[in-house]
Design a protein around this ligand. Structure first.
Ligand SMILES: [Zn+2]
Length: 323
């Protein structure tokens, strides 16, 4: 891999034809088979876009997922997914409910990983929703202990990671957006992520977002993964000074694109963020990425932001003489 590899967090927006198809399928007006065909079509388009844009480490774009927790919940014995529940004002989501002992019926994410990896010679990341987030976002009617439930998820997600590795995944990302929810449970995050990553030969990446990183900073070096992928541009790169004072002992994927903003950053703006990152991190340990998944942006915004990210990275590499 070259210096400053470019990658993304995982989700891309769904094209209009797929959004319409999902709405039809939810009313039983479209077969599961037809929907799957369109999900494959959208995945092909996103793989082709990433290759054409010059991104180095690819993702499948999660065109087949609704929510990252329910996607795994729907494929586990012992879990059910509720009807729509209201949260945060007008946002509706389906809540995963734990009703019995959790068991994997088989690999969950491996089919889509294989499908995407067959379309490209570039590495595609295997993507797992982390054990702590699965626990925190589920309603538990069975285990009665947050720790026991998180450990149950961790064990089956370890098997999932092993299956991804066996299918050829060289990089496995564990998404833990809930990591900073309760500071007293950070040791549990460390423990359960360690169960997932134990013994893997693949490079492991942990992604988190939405947190007050300054308060949880002490745990970053304890997380048993090779790389952290962090949301940094939305907070104006505030954390850089902390990284300067207390060096990170692992690789970082540095978020240089604000996914919450409709504004497509210019390559010059992104280049400034990469240059700031280079004042703190060694280029061999620095990857370039958006802050988070891009699924809430339009297709045009997401593609514009990613093109700026690649153009900025190329300009930085050229000016520093990196290969
Ligand atoms: Zn995120």
């Amino acid at each position: 891999m070259s210096t400053l590899p470019t990658s993304t967090v995982g989700s891309f927006p769904k094209p209009d034809y797929l959004l319409r198809a999902r709405a039809k399928a939810s009313k039983a007006e479209l077969s599961a088979e037809s929907l799957r065909g369109l999900e494959e079509e959208a995945t092909r388009e996103w793989i082709a876009f990433q290759e054409e844009a010059g991104i180095e480490v690819l993702v499948d774009g999660e065109q087949y997922r609704g929510d990252m927790a329910t996607y795994f919940a729907e494929n586990l014995e012992g879990m059910e997914v509720s009807g729509l529940v209201r949260s945060y004002g007008n946002r509706y989501y389906k809540k995963p409910i734990v009703r019995g002992d959790l068991r994997r019926l088989g690999p969950i994410s491996v089919d889509w990983f294989r499908f995407a990896q067959r379309l490209t010679d570039k590495p595609v990341k295997g993507m797992i929703t982390g054990p702590y987030t699965m626990m925190d976002w589920s309603f538990d009617e069975h285990y009665g202990s947050r720790e026991e439930l998180a450990m149950a998820f961790a064990k089956l997600l370890h098997d999932e990671a092993g299956d991804l590795e066996a299918a050829g995944a060289k990089i496995i990302q564990i998404d833990e957006p809930a990591l900073a929810t309760r500071h007293d449970e950070l040791p549990l995050v460390v423990k359960t992520v360690g169960v997932v990553s134990q013994g893997l030969r693949a490079k492991t990446i942990l992604h988190t977002c939405y947190g007050n990183y300054d308060e949880i900073y002490g745990y970053f070096n304890r997380l048993p993964v090779d790389q952290l992928l962090l949301e940094l541009s939305n907070s104006g790169l505030d954390l850089l000074e902390r990284f300067r004072r207390e060096p990170l002992k692992k690789e970082i994927s540095f978020g240089v694109i604000d996914v919450h903003s409709h504004v497509v950053e210019t390559p010059a703006v992104v280049r400034g963020r990469i240059e700031k990152a280079l004042t703190v991190f060694h280029p061999q340990r620095l990857w370039i990425s958006p802050d988070c998944g891009l699924k809430t942006r339009t297709v045009e915004e997401a593609q514009g932001k990613l093109r700026s990210m690649v153009a900025a990275t190329r300009a930085v590499k050229e000016s520093h003489g990196f290969r």
